[in-house]
Design a protein. Structure first.
Lengths: 252, 144
């Protein structure tokens, strides 16, 4: 079997998790057998199924180039960006499920609001005691200062790290990898003065110390942000900040 | 799929659409990387047992008879297997811990920057092997 360009097509069965909130009590699976081109990504197959076989299938996607972070799903049990995941890595049967550890709105679409709340909790913005006047110029930063946090600023909020984390699946309050990495990113930013506030959050109910360093978040991160590194650096900073509170009195 | 904690990643206020509860893959805990992590944590049991054995050793220091009795007990197959497991556990934990330790270090501590990660990684092994050799030399009566 060949496509119009002579490329070899391969039949694959996609076992896809389906959930209709109006009809289903729990998610179920549905199988689709399609002929796949050798250069297809998992997302191409899902789009083919939606366009040609079953228009009721729901999934999120946008940029198709691993930048927007929309198309994260569990592929054969592993959290993946489906636009970046080649079908060549898989066999004749491919299981596609919504990201693990998230409530499911429909089919492969997960509820993101819980994630956004965790995100906001770490105050992911530059905090300064007093804004500079415009005439004082921009906030300057050396390349070395930028390097201190750049890696942690590359997160695309795809949430694969949450789907991979064994703590997220068992401890609902845990802030989780991406949120902590982002909070740590701002704590490491030389322009920021909000580390004390964030460290209080890091020591609070969703504490960074719930992380058991399984390192799964970093294993699945498609942008090499290494959230596990950020979390474990944040742990030390949170302890130092707590201890220094006994010595240095902080203003409100 | 099987259930995760039903509150995992739930928003504080429910949305307008009913959602299916969060799930994890059936084989979540048995995938190779997760299994490695679980084994890493499980070695804590081995260290607990090693700690109890150390207490026994300390107790046996009270008399030459009890010390000799314990030493002959240590030559039994059960203890040999236990110590082999303890050695493998220590090697396994050391290798995994040393792999993950460098990246957990802060970018700087005051004015000082930690050495580059590969060097820090190598230094951990140098320290580990060095301390082991010194202990072996002391216990073997070779040094000092």
């Amino acid at each position: 079997m060949a496509d119009e360009n002579g490329g070899e097509l391969r039949k694959r069965t996609f076992v896809i998790t389906r959930f209709d909130p109006d009809k289903d009590q729990v998610p179920k699976t549905q199988s689709y057998e399609i002929a796949c081109r050798p250069d297809w990504k998992v997302l191409d197959a899902l789009n083919f199924i939606k366009d040609e076989i079953d228009p009721t299938l729901s999934h999120r996607w946008s940029c198709r180039m691993a930048v927007c972070g929309s198309c994260g799903m569990n592929v054969d049990g592993e959290p993946k960006l489906t636009c970046k995941t080649s079908l060549a890595e898989y066999g004749d049967t491919v299981e596609v499920a919504p990201l693990a550890n998230f409530p499911v709105i429909r089919d492969l679409v997960i509820e993101m609001d819980g994630f956004m709340e965790k995100f906001k909790a770490v105050k992911p913005w530059i905090i300064v005691a007093k804004e500079k006047a415009a005439e004082e110029g921009t906030y300057k930063q050396t390349p070395e200062e930028l390097a201190a946090y750049k890696q942690f600023s590359m997160c695309i909020n795809c949430m694969l790290c949450y789907a991979a984390c064994p703590v997220v699946s068992q401890e609902p309050e845990f802030l989780g990898p991406a949120a902590i990495a982002l909070g740590h990113r701002y704590n490491m930013d030389s322009r920021d003065e909000g580390a004390a506030e964030r460290n209080e959050v890091f020591r609070g109910p969703g504490t960074v110390f719930q992380c058991s360093y399984a390192n799964e978040c970093s294993e699945v991160c498609p942008k090499n942000v290494d959230p596990a590194a950020a979390i474990n650096q944040a742990k030390l900073n949170a302890v130092v900040d707590w201890a220094s509170g006994f010595v240095v009195k902080r203003g409100k | 799929m099987r259930p995760a904690d039903p509150h995992a990643m739930q928003p504080s206020k429910p949305g307008s659409t009913r959602t299916a509860p969060p799930q994890v893959p059936d084989d979540f805990w048995t995938r190779p990387r997760m299994l490695t992590y679980l084994l890493f944590d499980a070695t804590g049991i081995v260290y607990l047992l090693v700690g109890l054995v150390v207490l026994r050793v300390a107790w046996a220091l009270t008399s030459a008879e009890s010390w000799n009795a314990l030493m002959s007990e240590f030559a039994s197959p059960g203890y040999l297997v236990f110590h082999a497991i303890a050695l493998v556990s220590a090697l396994f934990v050391g290798v995994r811990f040393f792999r993950l330790f460098p990246k957990a270090q802060p970018a700087r501590i005051g004015p000082a920057k930690p050495p580059p990660r590969p060097i820090l990684h190598a230094l951990l092994y140098v320290a580990w092997i060095g301390i082991t050799l010194v202990l072996l030399a002391i216990l073997g009566g070779v040094w000092p």
